[in-house]
Design a binder for this molecule. Structure first.
Ligand code: ZN
Length: 130
């Protein structure tokens, strides 16, 4: 999936949460700029394992594509580490990475992602056998 699609997905889900936070008075202590910026970054972050991705072309992690960085392990560890410093950024990263994982599991021809890495089993929503 393309970076632009991931950004749109991250913005849509983070915007929905921001809307609900204000409309339903959830009172989550999130500042809009930090939260939205982190959700955009989070929506791109898992593809640092792919050289041709936007972030991967800047900082490349030389591991197999759609394994560690596309797992719940990566999602929670990244969010928990950042949570020690800033709730808005941690929540934005969590939403952005989550949206990335969901979108990468959607395409009909997707090979899926290693959601429960280090297990190598790949998961996708609608897998069509080849
Ligand atoms: Zn990806």
């Amino acid at each position: 999936m393309k970076g632009k699609t991931h950004i749109i997905g991250g913005l849509a889900i983070s915007g929905l949460l921001l809307y609900c936070n204000k409309t339903y008075h959830w009172d989550l202590p999130i500042t809009s700029f930090d939260y939205i910026t982190a959700s955009v970054l989070g929506s791109l972050l898992p593809d640092i394992d792919h050289k041709k991705s936007f972030l991967g072309s800047i900082v490349h992690l030389p591991i197999k594509h759609r394994t560690l960085t596309h797992s719940l392990l990566f999602l929670f560890i990244t969010s928990i580490i950042v949570l020690q410093f800033n709730l808005s950024i941690a929540l934005g990263l969590f939403i952005g990475i989550s949206s990335h994982l969901i979108l990468d599991m959607l395409p009909l021809r997707s090979k899926g992602i290693c959601l429960f890495y280090p297990s190598k089993k790949r998961y996708s929503f609608f897998r069509i056998p080849r």
